[in-house]
Design a protein around this ligand. Sequence first.
Ligand code: GLU
Length: 514
Amino acid sequence: MSNREVRVRFAPSPTGALHIGGVRTALYNYLFAKKMGGKMLLRIEDTDQTRFVSGAEDYIKDTLAWVGITLDEDPWQGGPNAPYRQSERKPMYMEYAKKLVNEGNAYYAFDTSEELEDMRKRLEAAKVASPAYNSITRNTMKNSLTLPEDEVNAKLAAGEPYVIRLKVPRKDEIRLNDMIRGWVMVHSSAIDDKVLMKSDGMPTYHLANVVDDYLMGISHVIRGEEWLPSAPLHVLLYKFLGWEEAMPQFAHLPLILKPDGNGKLSKRDADTHGFPVFPIKWIDDNGKQVLSFKEEGYLPDALVNFLAFLGWNPGTAQEIFSLQELIEAFSIERIGKSGTKFDIHKAKWFNQQYLRSKSDQELASYLIDSLRHKGIDCDQERAEKICALMKERVTFPKDFGEEALYFFQAPSSYDEQVVANKWNEESVEVVKSFAIELSKLSTVSAEEAKSTLHHLLEQKGIKIGKVMQALRVAITGHAAGPDLMHIIEIIGNVETTNRLNTAANTISIKSVNI
Ligand code: GLU
């Protein structure tokens, strides 16, 4: 099997918005396929019609497009294994279920829901820990193993509702060699006789998943750890269907945990902690828009980089990886076994790094856009200058508009802490004199502003550290920000002078300590 063509699949069920864990599964499949020169396909697993959510399929498609995961075969562009929606493949599964029945590895079961409920109650009363339809209890139920053959045939001919169940052997050890976890061994007594075909003629997930992986030539199944308990059952199916040779290799990805490591990350965590767990915009059942990475201002390459590290590491100190670099560095061997904590601060850090690495020209468009929403016009050149100055300080594109407002509007309030601690006779004197000096100039560059200030302070014998914050608060209203001299250059000497004078005239001196 070693020189088998690599073919992986992402097989989401359209039961709601794709969670960030699903995006990671898709990404790891993609990275592996590309690394190995293989193919990746997408299959929609929609056999459970009761859980179908409209819009979920488009959501999957739009998300993958946004993060840059391209597919070789899928329901939208088609491919040699079409159709790629299990609901459209419905007629294909019965043949395999029947084969299993004919070879004694599955059976028809005619039990009504009341009869199943009675069995559960009986077993509970007998203190059976986990009541199940299995190698022992099947003998007391209404199925083709207990009923005479002619009665079974009569029921089938009469169109009585039935399901087809897998006949799990009573004593067998099922082994699989997971690429991440190593050997996994499960005794067959721990597996119940799972339904393979439902009474509506639809296969269940287990049968459809195995049949499709086989028919689609899947070589590696890379999926979340929550599917590990199903894997032994799938191994049994491969064996019974005579496909052991073609069985894919399994790799079950570690869980993504809550930030405190206490349990699996859930949709509810998004609300509790105020961070997104969904990739793009989605309106939930209550008509509420959920938090999403795209709408919060995360860049797709930053999100991809962050997700790549949620369970995998390159074994070096390098953290910033483009998609192409991830493909080159990726290997299943470097995926960890244990759950990995979801750390939104790390996601923000990646976003900062990616934002920072963009050109001032690109960043300027973020600023211009967000200012436009506030009714403020700004030309490209000025926007680029502002972005160059701000880019070390922003996490999201929208921050440019919010943090850069003082370049366009004089402060309407002043940082209280700075006023309380740094606004005094001495600093106000410098604020006033600096205004006078600046007003003498026709234009001002950052350099000129700096030398003017230094000259003034030298004359007065005052250290810059004592007055810097007062000057900043007078000009911007804030306690911190990028280099003040560059801010002055962008605002211009007339506006800076006005702001210094306004501050000197309106802020009263509260502090006496110099
Ligand atoms: N349809 C399953 C899901 O929703 C796929 C599991 C698998 O990859 O086998 O995640």
